[in-house]
Structure formats: C-alpha cells, structure tokens
Design a protein around this ligand. Structure first.
Ligand code: THU
Length: 130
C-alpha cells in the first residue's frame, strides 16, 4: 500500500467520525509491521474530555487484537470535505503511539511524510521510569 492509499484510508475512516460537538472529522489508518491496516476515527462525548482521538482509536483497536508493532500512520482531519490541509497528531496521541513504535514510525499527513521523532523528539518512555 502506498502513502497515498494509506492517506485515502484515513480520509475514509473519517466518514465514521462521531463529532457532533467540534464538527471536526478525523480519520487515521495505522499500518502494522505485517502490513495489516487498522483504521480509527475521533469519537466525542457530551462530557468533552472523554473524547477519543482517531489515532488512539486505531492504536487501541490494533493492540486489543494483539498487534503491537507499527510502521506508519496516516492522519486526515477536516471540518469540510476537503482534507488537503494537514492535521498533525496531538500530544496525547503521539505519546500513546510512542509506546508501541520506534522513533522511525512514519506519519503521513496531507502535505507529506514525517517521522515520529519530528513531532516528539524526546519522549517519556519506560526508560524514563528506570
Ligand atoms: N482530534 C483527533 O482525532 N486527533 C488529533 O490528533 C487531534 C484532535 C479530534 C478530537 C476532537 O474530536 C476533534 O479532533 C477536535 O479537537
């Protein structure tokens, strides 16, 4: 699957976004080391802080199915049908992703690809606890 195809899967996942409060639809497509793709969308709640971001939905779906190694994630977010403006992952999602990925995880946005370390150069990890 190409970067473009993974990004298209993220746009498609955004169709299931439950976002009646922000009206901002986000989709994520997470590619596991074995090539399987897990998608996710943002799921909001009347108790706003309980909202789950698209990226974390995808990670939790994968991990709950026993998949814990990932190579790439595409993210698409928009309040319209136009997903051309880049939607960067939030800090909470970067932290959750970093639990299961190396610094070299590829992050695909509408404007190109990046590495996890571009967004989170010094992560809090299990090493920090030693
Ligand atoms: N959101 C995500 O799904 N992923 C992010 O990385 C940032 C924000 C969602 C949460 C909320 O439903 C909406 O975007 C507006 O903040």
């Amino acid at each position: 699957m190409t970067d473009k195809e993974l990004f298209s899967a993220a746009v498609k996942a955004a169709e299931n976004s439950y976002s009646p409060y922000s009206h901002f639809r986000v989709g994520a497509a997470l590619m596991a080391a074995d090539g399987r793709v897990f998608t996710g969308c943002n799921i909001e709640n009347a108790s706003y802080s309980l909202t789950n971001c698209a990226e974390r939905t995808a990670v939790f779906k994968a991990v709950s199915e026993g998949i814990k190694n990932f190579k790439a994630i595409a993210i698409a977010g928009s309040s319209t049908k136009d997903f051309s403006k880049p939607c960067a992952p939030c800090g909470a999602c970067l932290q959750v992703l970093s639990e299961f990925c190396g610094d070299d995880l590829v992050i695909i946005l509408s404007n190109g690809w990046f590495k996890l370390s571009d967004f989170l150069p010094m992560k809090f990890s299990s090493d920090s606890l030693k």
